[in-house]
Write a protein that binds this ligand. Structure first.
Ligand code: PLP
Length: 352
């Protein structure tokens, strides 16, 4: 049976037995606790039940000691990330961001006709905050993805704190923590509590396995969240998630075993896969703490991606800063065994 994945990443039809390790999804899907919550909430789906959102926001705020109105719940984090970026960018409000990093930053800058200042990552693949500060005297926003996508690498919290302290007034620092649960990274949510010019993005698409169910948070001072409304568009409807997703997100937050268990599963499989590649002489960008890594395929990555697809393994895309590297998402143990077999086969094939 042919499957069709209609995300922005994989639009072509894939056969049902294809290993999909292309979009940094979680192969484990939603936790059992989340599925149970969805089932019991589903029968109440005939009502708007606004209080369901409030309850989920309360649980989230409780976890981080956030004050009321310092967070907002959305269907996933892409929507609010666009709002966070766009409400702070414009022709005279540039975007400063890491390179390579998640492309949504520069894409939003293009929409807003904001000048773009990509700044290469450091030798350890962290965001180079000193160079980011020097990039422009008065940007609208700095975008930091931590752990970074596609490298999975960490920017030390003290570097972000330094940037927040030294940045020009009037700019904001947007910290995208989509992958933070997989890592030992220290969250920057406490900077929001200190009323800094910081917006932190969180999603349930990654460790919580809810990419298709859609839930995410923007965490910021109320005036920065209020500013999202300046972007225009139907922000009210953008903000409303289904009560089943709200219930699943809440159950996931309350499931205290979920994060440590999945973090370990991901780290073990990632370590095993990276060890296999390294042992066999393939170069992997070191230091990933995410559910992805970058590997050097010694030829244009796009070409290699197509060769892997012929072997029924859908790997991730390339970045122009590293054209011979592809991003690979950590799948299940079985999926990564299939990846290894296909990888070696495709590497043995002559390039071109
Ligand atoms: N931010 C980063 C860094 C991502 O990699 C992704 C998705 O891959 C997102 C945000 C958006 O995820 P979602 O809209 O599913 O929350």
């Amino acid at each position: 049976q042919a499957g069709r994945r209609s995300g922005t990443r994989t639009m072509h039809p894939l056969s049902a037995d294809t290993v999909v390790i292309s979009s940094n999804e979680n192969p484990l899907g939603p936790a059992q606790s989340a599925l149970t919550a969805i089932c019991s909430m589903g029968v109440q789906g005939g009502r708007y039940h606004w209080d369901e959102y409030v309850k989920t926001i309360d649980v989230f705020n409780g976890e981080f000691g956030l004050k009321k109105d310092y967070s907002a719940l959305f269907p996933g984090s892409s929507g609010p990330l666009d709002l966070a970026l766009m409400s702070n960018l414009g022709p005279d409000k540039p975007l400063v961001y890491g390179d390579p990093s998640y492309e949504q930053g520069p894409r939003a800058a293009e929409v807003m006709k904001a000048p773009k200042y990509p700044v290469p990552l450091t030798a350890t693949y962290a965001h180079d905050v000193k160079a980011m500060l020097k990039a422009h005297p008065s940007p609208g926003a700095y975008y930091i993805v931590n752990p970074n996508n596609p490298t999975g690498t960490i920017t030390p919290k003290e570097d972000i704190v330094w940037l927040v302290k030294n940045k020009p007034a009037g700019s904001v620092v947007i910290i995208d923590e989509a992958y933070t649960h997989f890592s030992d990274n220290e969250s920057c949510i406490d900077l929001v509590n200190q009323d800094k010019d910081v917006i932190v993005m969180r999603t349930f698409s990654k460790i919580y396995g809810m990419a298709g169910l859609r839930a995410g948070f923007a965490v910021a001072r109320p005036d920065l969240i209020e500013r999202f409304n300046n972007v225009g568009g139907p922000s009210q409807s953008l903000a409303s998630i289904s009560i089943t997703s709200a219930a699943a997100a809440r159950a996931s937050l309350q499931d205290k075993d979920l994060v440590p268990l999945r973090k370990k599963i991901n780290a073990d499989i990632r370590t095993e896969t990276v060890e296999f590649l390294t042992k066999n002489g393939y170069k992997v960008i070191p230091g990933s703490q995410g559910n992805m890594f970058m590997v050097d395929v010694k030829r244009p990555g796009k070409e290699f991606q197509n060769a892997m697809l012929k072997e029924n393994v859908a790997i991730g895309r390339t970045w122009s800063a590293m054209p011979n590297y592809v991003r690979v998402t950590v799948g299940t143990k079985g999926e990564m065994e299939k990846f290894q077999t296909a990888f070696v086969k495709c590497m043995d094939m002559p390039a071109g």
